[in-house]
Design a protein around this ligand. Structure first.
Ligand code: NG6
Ligand code: CA
Length: 518
């Protein structure tokens, strides 16, 4: 070894030594100065009262409760809509869903409803150096017309801001019943191509309608097309036998996807949108959760979801990420019991109240449609507590933008970061809520539903929709279950509410009655 070699080795030793001598504190602060990771855990049809933290006693959700108790539990947290697609649209784009006529419950063959040039939460984060991923339910459409499931399926999540996607296209009850990774159907055998039709069955194929004897889960309304894994679905599917998902393994499968994503991108910053399928129909708990709730499959899949969340949080902890990760937990819309299958959700409900006493449910303009569980958590940064601030999922885009130092804001997404972090009770002042293209209004302690034609009760699911020929006005503080319509007795408040509502909503398609002002 010559002199220069020695000098090189000595220099290296000094450098390594210096590195090791660096105080641990400095290393940590350098780390925490990094942009925080953002994780959104989004359940499907979970009601306000479905979690212990919000008062459920008949059902145990220890992991969600722990998240709530270690973070901010919102008592006035809202989805934007009482159904899935519009809520997801608003969460990702920061735009009211009723501004997009395609933001309604979509079939599995629907084209992408987010513009490929449109601002989205992941796209905003990408401008700040984030890696962005989605694992789980998508339901915002794929492709731009006819989708060939045997080729790259595009545009989709990867074209609206996600670097990585591992999704189910629509819902667990809709075809195609396959996972799609970055546009490719996972495990597809090219010799067994997939075709999908939402109108007609394929010759020689069985269906729930014609072959009920082949089903292991019975359909109640809708859900009588292709039978897959014994479950009759919405839509017809042919081929792709090997690629089809296993329903009972879906929770574990998405969990692993979410864990793998986190492990791979732990050096961050990353954004993960984790769209869980529970407790949407068909409710298919893994056998190890069957019977665990005593409430039938709906309760069992909530117990399963809670376990999954516990496992996922463990991964964040094991990777040392909890102190640098903002976690948001919520649901895309309110609860429903019988949503199309006979699965004992009604029969085994017992004393459990998925709505937590709110009126209505999924599909409804009443509170339970959109008033959902909402939790933010960030170890060491968010002080545990309960917040009454009015917050909406749609506000995440602008609020998170503020957090990461981005100037990006979208039209309807308000920066209420302080409320999300629990450091202020000032949320948004008011909010327009949607259900089946109809809208209601929330401001302060008040809720107003304009007059709408249409049935009052959606019989199949036994949920009050909120339609009435009269204005409805409720004081939610005194009357959270919306029993006393004060529209006739408090005209002044009604006028104020209608003014606030029309200022945002403008003229509606349905004619609103002119209210008589005193
Ligand atoms: C409805 C389905 C329901 C559910 C819902 C979408 C019927 C009769 N009902 O049309 O089962 O799939 O769509 O739910 O088909 S959501 O949570 O994705 O909005
Ligand atoms: Ca839903």
């Amino acid at each position: 070894m010559n002199k220069s070699h020695w000098i090189f080795i000595l220099t290296l030793a000094v450098l390594v030594g210096c590195k090791n001598d660096k105080p641990a504190k400095e290393a940590v602060s350098a780390n925490s100065a990094k942009q925080p990771n953002i994780v959104v855990i989004y359940t499907d049809d979970l009601g306000y009262g479905d979690i212990g933290a919000n008062g459920a006693t008949e059902l145990q959700t220890p992991n969600i409760d722990k998240l709530a108790n270690g973070g901010v539990r919102f008592t006035n947290g809202y989805a934007s809509s009482a159904t899935c697609t519009p809520s997801r649209y608003a969460l990702l784009t920061g735009v009211y869903p009723w501004k997009n006529k395609n933001a309604k419950i979509l079939p599995g063959t629907a084209p992408l409803i987010i513009g490929t040039e449109q601002m989205t939460l992941p796209r905003m984060l990408k401008t700040k150096g984030y890696h962005t991923g989605i694992v789980g339910k998508w339901h915002l459409g794929l492709g731009s017309g006819h989708v060939d499931w045997n080729k790259k399926v595009s545009p989709g999540p990867n074209e609206v801001g996600f670097d990585y996607s591992y999704i189910m296209a629509a819902t667990q009850d809709r075809v195609p019943t396959v996972y799609i990774e970055n546009g490719d159907v996972v495990g597809l055998d090219p010799n067994d191509p997939i075709t999908i039709d939402y109108k007609n069955n394929y010759p020689g194929q069985t269906s729930g309608k014609e072959n009920p004897e082949l089903t292991t889960m019975k359909w109640h309304h809708g859900h009588n097309n292709s039978i897959i894994n014994g479950i009759p679905r919405i839509g017809y599917m042919k081929g792709g036998e090997k690629a089809r998902w296993s329903d009972v393994d879906m929770a574990d499968h998405f969990l692993k996807g979410a864990q793998d994503y986190v492990k791979k991108h732990k050096d961050g910053p990353f954004f993960l949108y984790y769209g869980m399928q529970q407790p949407h129909v068909p409710r298919t708990p893994h056998p190890r959760f069957v019977g665990k709730s005593g409430l039938g499959p709906r309760g069992d899949v909530i117990v399963e979801a809670d376990w999954v969340i516990g496992e996922f949080l463990k991964t964040l902890e094991e990777e040392g990420l909890l102190e640098n990760t903002l976690i948001v937990f919520s649901s895309d819309n309110g609860p429903v019991l019988n949503d199309g299958y006979y699965d004992d959700a009604v029969e085994k409900l017992g004393k459990h109240t998925p709505t937590g006493g709110l009126r209505g449910g999924k599909y409804s303009l009443f509170e339970a449609g959109t008033h959902v569980p909402f939790i933010t958590s960030w170890k060491g940064t968010i002080k545990p507590g309960v917040s009454n601030a009015l917050v909406c999922q749609m506000d995440l885009l602008s609020s998170v933008a503020k957090l990461v130092g981005s100037d990006i804001r979208t039209s309807d997404s308000q920066d209420i970061l302080e409320a999300f972090l629990g450091s202020s009770e000032n949320g948004r002042k008011d909010l327009v809520l949607e259900a089946s293209a109809k809208t209601a209004y929330r401001k302060g302690d008040w809720a107003m539903i304009p007059p709408y034609s249409g049935k009052a009760l959606l019989k199949e699911v036994n949920i009050e929709l909120g339609n009435s020929s009269e204005y409805q006005l409720y004081n939610l503080k005194e009357d959270p279950s919306q029993q006393n319509n004060l529209a006739a007795s408090n005209k002044e408040k009604l006028a104020e509410m209608v003014a606030g509502y029309t200022a945002i909503r403008g003229k509606q398609t349905e004619k609103i009655k002119e209210i008589e002002l005193k």
